[in-house]
Design a protein around this ligand. Structure first.
Ligand code: EPU
Length: 349
């Protein structure tokens, strides 16, 4: 087991915030995790599992022992009558995995193309885009309990998926199972439908159908459209540091929604099955005048106000503290104008 010390994390977080890990171990198999857990030197030391660092704000050097997930490999594991089950190691790049499934002739994940991060992190926040959420395709995952060293498998129900939410984001309590900080995901399996149909219906996809004259796209066309849409409105983390959507789209009751519409009738809102409403947080932030604004080197992206960006590079880039100051200022103004507190999305360390 090789423990690296004072490891620069700038290239390991998509915000490109400058910070160091005091200690970091690269995890390439479950044996590596077990070796860490068995080593008396690291017994009782708090640990932090790092995937692609795409949903992370670093507010300083990381004191915990960083377990950097690098478990590789993609394979088809089972052909059922309705689905094909595929598996990927937690360290596999998510977008590369989506492209691999299509290259195998296995559609189903194309709406989730170009989401930054790793396969292992994908169930943690139940990633979603353009009408598909990870939970719609999820089969099961293997993980190791970092407290006991035991390996376990969870199905979708056990993962407790919600909107950008899962059991991995909550501490355990008497009422609710929680695995926050406790599980290291090793492998994730997905059940891809054999009778595939494109998932359309999102305004941006409908625009593509009209522009191209293609009403019934193939999975590859849909993949290409999603990549084009994302490239047009979301910053590429390789060029401009960011962590994707910084806030969740809030869900409100019909009464609250009416109150907000009374404050501004143009508010973008969608009715959900249960009668509640989802509001576009990007629109709310935009309406408060934040789009394109900055505090220090932390900025609000010009083309999508839901995304906070690092306007600088390296040592002259933003700090996690600055990002959180900007996030707090945005929350305050949205609260003052619309009476609603936006919930942040990334993990703040
Ligand atoms: N809008 C504005 N101004 C803005 C941003 C958005 O008016 O600055 C309006 C848009 O015009 C649109 C509405 O708000 O009417 C929604 O915007 P968009 O379609 O861009 O989607 P979103 O709700 O902001 C969500 C996800 C994205 C995902 C897209 C597409 C969340 C927190 N974000 O964004 O996910 O790619 O839908 O499905 O649910 C992520 O989680 O990191 C992420 C990028």
């Amino acid at each position: 087991m090789l423990v690296e010390h004072q490891v620069p994390l700038q290239a390991l977080n998509t915000f490109h915030i400058v910070a160091r890990a005091q200690h970091l171990v690269r995890i390439r198999s479950e044996a590596d995790v077990l070796a860490v857990l068995a080593d008396p030197l690291w017994r009782g030391v708090p640990r932090f599992v790092l995937g692609g660092g795409s949903n992370l704000v670093l507010t300083g050097d990381v004191q915990q022992l960083v377990l950097k997930s690098e478990i590789a490999g993609c394979r088809v594991v089972a052909q059922g009558p309705k689905t094909t089950v595929v598996e990927a190691g937690a360290g596999v790049d998510w977008h590369a995995f989506v492209a691999w499934t299509l290259a195998q002739g296995l559609p189903g994940l194309e709406n989730l193309a170009l989401i930054p991060g790793t396969v292992g992190a994908s169930p943690v926040q139940n990633i979603g885009a353009y009408g598909v959420e990870l939970q719609d395709r999820f089969e099961s995952l293997d993980a190791i309990d970092l407290e006991t060293g035991r390996m376990f498998t969870l199905n979708a129900a056990q993962c407790g998926f919600g909107y950008r939410d899962s059991v991995f984001k909550h501490p355990g309590s008497a009422q609710r199972m929680g695995l926050q900080g406790r599980a290291m995901i090793l492998r994730v399996r997905f059940a891809l439908p054999r009778a595939w149909k494109p998932v359309l219906g999102y305004a941006d996809l409908e625009k593509k159908q009209v522009q191209t004259g293609i009403a019934d796209p193939t999975a590859q066309q849909l993949f290409d459209w999603v990549c084009e849409i994302r490239r047009a409105k979301l910053p590429d983390p390789a060029q401009i540091g960011n962590a994707g959507s910084f806030f969740k789209n809030p869900t409100v009751s019909a009464d609250q929604c009416a109150d907000i519409i009374a404050r501004d009738p143009k508010v973008v809102h969608y009715r959900l099955h249960d009668g509640s409403f989802k509001l576009a947080a990007g629109w709310l932030i935009d309406a408060c005048g934040w789009r394109g604004k900055s505090i220090g080197q932390a900025g609000v992206y010009e083309k999508q106000a839901l995304v906070l960006v690092n306007r600088g590079q390296g040592a002259s880039g933003t700090t996690g503290g600055e990002v959180m100051t900007l996030a707090g200022a945005i929350q305050t103004s949205v609260y003052e104008r619309f009476g609603l507190m936006l919930e942040t999305e990334p993990v703040v360390l």
